[in-house]
Design a protein around this ligand. Structure first.
Ligand code: GTP
Ligand code: MG
Length: 198
């Protein structure tokens, strides 16, 4: 957009976190939102959101924008997924999360991405919708890794093909909600893409 009027820009940005059950979506949100982590697993039912006020530099204009992020944490469990659709609506950016120690969660990324785009009425080819890919649980011992960084980056290149705005690969982060490694960086990128896209 070439508009310079701040009044036309959205103040509330909706971020949605998608991915298989147990990859750490809730843990990432809680770590980013309030620097908390618990090792306990409590499945998210339906979806839940937290708000956070942040200042983001708009890379196009250079202006710092004060925005409220509404971070939607959705359920990865199959039986709650019919509820998910309503939570996708109005999303400004999406984080796709897998567990670096769980190859199946990586294999399911295409489904999550495709289903999201379908539900919000965007076609998969040439969609300009901003995604960030997050490989979580990098604190796990090396021997437990099932998804290499290279493999994930290849996926990001393939999924980024055909994007017009901000074309090129989908940004990729490897994180740990447990140690907080790279979590802020991943959400900052997500929020920045949302600012550009909104
Ligand atoms: P659903 O709500 O069912 O979709 O799962 P989820 O993706 O929200 O997973 P959740 O955040 O509940 O985490 C699942 C389990 O993984 C919990 O026991 C967390 O403590 C653990 N976990 C989350 N992130 C990490 C991480 O970065 N490292 C390690 N070691 N464990 C993590
Ligand atoms: Mg959860």
């Amino acid at each position: 957009t070439t508009s310079t009027s701040t009044s036309t820009k959205k103040h509330l940005l909706k971020l949605v976190i998608l991915g298989d059950s147990g990859v750490g979506k809730t843990s990432l949100m809680n770590r980013y939102h309030s620097q908390k982590f618990t090792g306990q697993y409590k499945a998210t039912i339906g979806a839940d959101f937290l708000s956070k006020q942040v200042s983001i530099a708009d890379p196009h204009t250079g202006y710092v924008r004060h925005v409220t992020l509404q971070i939607w944490d959705t359920a990865g469990q199959e039986r709650f997924q019919s509820l998910g659709v309503a939570f996708y609506r109005g999303a400004d950016a999406v984080a796709l999360v897998y567990d670096v120690g769980d190859g199946r969660s990586f294999d399911h990324l295409d489904n999550w991405r495709g289903e999201f785009l379908r539900q919000v009425g965007l076609d998969e080819e040439g969609a300009d919708f901003p995604f960030v890919l997050i490989g979580n649980k990098i604190d796990r011992p090396d021997g437990e890794r099932q998804v290499s960084r290279q493999r994930a980056e290849r996926w990001c290149e393939d999924a980024g093909l055909g994007r017009r705005i901000g074309g090129g690969p989908i940004p990729h982060f490897e994180t740990s909600a447990k140690t907080s490694d790279n979590v802020d960086a991943a959400f900052l990128e997500l929020a920045t893409l949302a600012v550009i896209h909104a």
